[in-house]
Design a protein around this ligand. Structure first.
Ligand code: FAD
Ligand code: AMP
Length: 467
């Protein structure tokens, strides 16, 4: 008999959620994770809690408050002369937020009777896992099932190798202790824009270099154009068609060469994507298949080539987002328990936490056009929203695309304050296969930003009231 019904490797949002759900379903579950914090203590929650979603949002919120006090408070009659920022306090607060939440996962494991082991896991034959603990001690455990949730790490490019002093990965960029005068960012993806925004709001002169010709190529074009304009207004220089070819450090400066031009900065953040984390795992030797980029290959149920061994989250690629991994974790736990369960890949929301935020679900207009799907459009600007006016955040709009014949919602795209929260209404509507008419007939509280989603839904049928 195996030691455990399920061994989960990795306690990021994919692994810890899978482990809790497995335990809830009555399976004897262990979760092995190797993350240690700066004090060499186990710190559950993976990239997301330790160096990803949570610390980045803590800094985005701190820097937003600072920027608000400098630039907008006066319009509310609030005088904030000589506002200063103490980076050490800001970073300590971030660390406290992270610590509270990572300890919270340990508490959840206890409550749900998930056994937690700190150490590096390696796959061995017959669904055995060899764990090397931080003090070097080894133990071997066996499971009826294994869920690999080992996540991802930042991609390093040979022309700009991380030294985490001048050339930083996202983890280094979250830990900067003094506002750099000039900051370069390679990559205008979610991570590059969010980290660039943090330091720009705190006073850095930020230049973002993006190799692609289009800004946020995966987002709806109209939304991306509005966002690019707004970020530029905020002081973020975004250079498209800027393929970086070298970055050299000398005299405490980084000289970045791109597309026959040069940029000199005090620090450079490289945010060009993330790669699957399968080091130490011996996945290949265990018979697990990877694709050419190293992502573990799985079927629709997240099962690898070996029955009973599953992989979820960033390590299998697709949308490298915390909530995608968590939902895969829930699905796999339920499948192992013999229940029916499936993932709704078509309704995964995407969010970029700039200010205003960019959020979407479903198809973009360009995807609908290239697939030759006939659609109707409804859109509504936040400038016409009473709530947006009252708060003073009027940039952006909501766009809804609905099938021209069936009226089913095909995509919702938002650029605006609180878009990260507003998009959930669209996700629920799409998940429940609602039509634009269903959204239009749903009563929305007044005054709320969500009324803009309502108005855009009304607009699909040409009956917007307030614009
Ligand atoms: P991870 O969170 O990477 O966790 C994997 C865990 O497995 C780690 O703890 C690792 O130490 C452990 N591990 C790896 N190998 C082994 C081994 N052999 N043995 C034992 N343990 C092992 N996503 C969002 O949805 N929203 C956001 O706002 C967002 N912001 C982000 C901001 C930044 C700066 C970054 C870097 C990422 C952000 N992400 C965001 C992405 C998000 O963090 C990831 O998609 C998510 O963490 C992936 O979850 P995961 O569980 O698959 O892997
Ligand atoms: P994401 O994968 O969403 O985090 O975004 C990373 C971005 O970095 C993508 O838009 C890439 O086009 C961009 N990128 C990758 N390599 C380079 C490079 N050498 N110079 C400039 N941009 C790059």
């Amino acid at each position: 008999m195996a030691d455990y019904n399920v061994i989960v490797i990795g306690a990021g949002p994919a692994g810890y959620v899978a482990a809790i759900r497995c335990s809830q379903l009555g399976m004897k579950t262990v979760c092995v994770d190797k993350w240690l914090n700066s004090e060499n203590q186990a710190s559950l929650g993976g990239t997301c809690l330790n160096v990803g979603c949570i610390p980045s949002k803590a800094l985005l919120d701190s820097s937003h408050h600072y920027s608000f006090m400098q630039k907008q408070a006066a319009t509310h009659g609030i005088k904030c002369d000589n506002v200063t920022i103490d980076i050490k306090t800001m970073q300590t607060r971030k660390a406290e937020v992270v610590e509270t939440l990572t300890k919270g996962i340990a508490g959840l494991f206890k409550k749900n009777k998930v056994t937690s082991i700190t150490g590096t896991a390696k796959l061995a034959a017959n669904k055995q896992v060899i764990i090397t603990e931080p003090d070097g001690k080894q133990q071997t455990i066996s499971g009826d099932n294994i869920i690999i949730a080992t996540g991802s790490t930042p991609v390093q490019i040979p022309i700009a190798k991380f030294d985490n002093k001048f050339i930083l990965d996202s983890t280094g960029a979250l830990a900067i202790d003094k506002v750099p005068e000039r900051l370069g960012v390679i990559g205008a993806g979610a991570i590059g824009l969010e980290l660039g925004s943090v330091w720009s709001r705190l006073g850095s002169q930020v230049t973002v270099l993006e190799a692609l010709p289009d800004f946020l190529a995966m987002a709806d074009r109209k939304i991306a154009t509005l966002a690019q304009r707004e970020l530029k207004k905020q002081g973020l220089a975004i250079n498209l068609n800027a393929q970086v070819t070298s970055a050299t450090v000398a005299d405490d400066e980084v000289t970045v060469s791109y597309s026959e031009q040069q940029l000199v900065v005090d620090k450079l953040i490289v945010a060009v994507g993330r790669k699957p984390h399968t080091d130490n795992l011996d996945a290949n030797e265990a018979g697990i298949q990877m694709d050419e980029r190293g992502f573990i290959q799985v079927d629709k149920q997240c099962q690898t080539a070996i029955a009973g061994i599953y992989a979820i989250g960033d390590v299998i690629g697709g949308a490298m987002l915390a909530h995608k991994g968590s939902e895969e974790g829930v699905m796999v736990a339920e499948l192992i328990a013999g229940q029916k369960s499936k993932m709704s890949y078509a309704t995964i929301p995407f969010v970029i936490y700039t200010h205003p935020e960019i959020a979407w679900v479903g198809k973009t207009e360009q995807q609908l056009k290239s697939a030759k799907i006939e659609y109707k459009t409804g859109q509504f600007p936040f400038a016409a929203s009473g709530r947006a006016r009252a708060s003073g955040d009027t940039s952006g709009m909501v766009r809804i695309f609905a099938d021209a014949k069936t009226d089913s919602i095909l995509g919702v795209h938002i650029f605006g304050n609180n878009a990260s929260e507003l998009i959930t209404e669209a996700v629920v509507a799409m998940e429940l296969e609602a039509s634009a008419e269903d959204l239009a007939r749903t009563i929305h509280a007044h005054p709320t930003l969500a009324e803009a989603v309502h108005e855009a839904a009304l607009g699909v049928d040409g009956r917007t009231i307030h614009a």
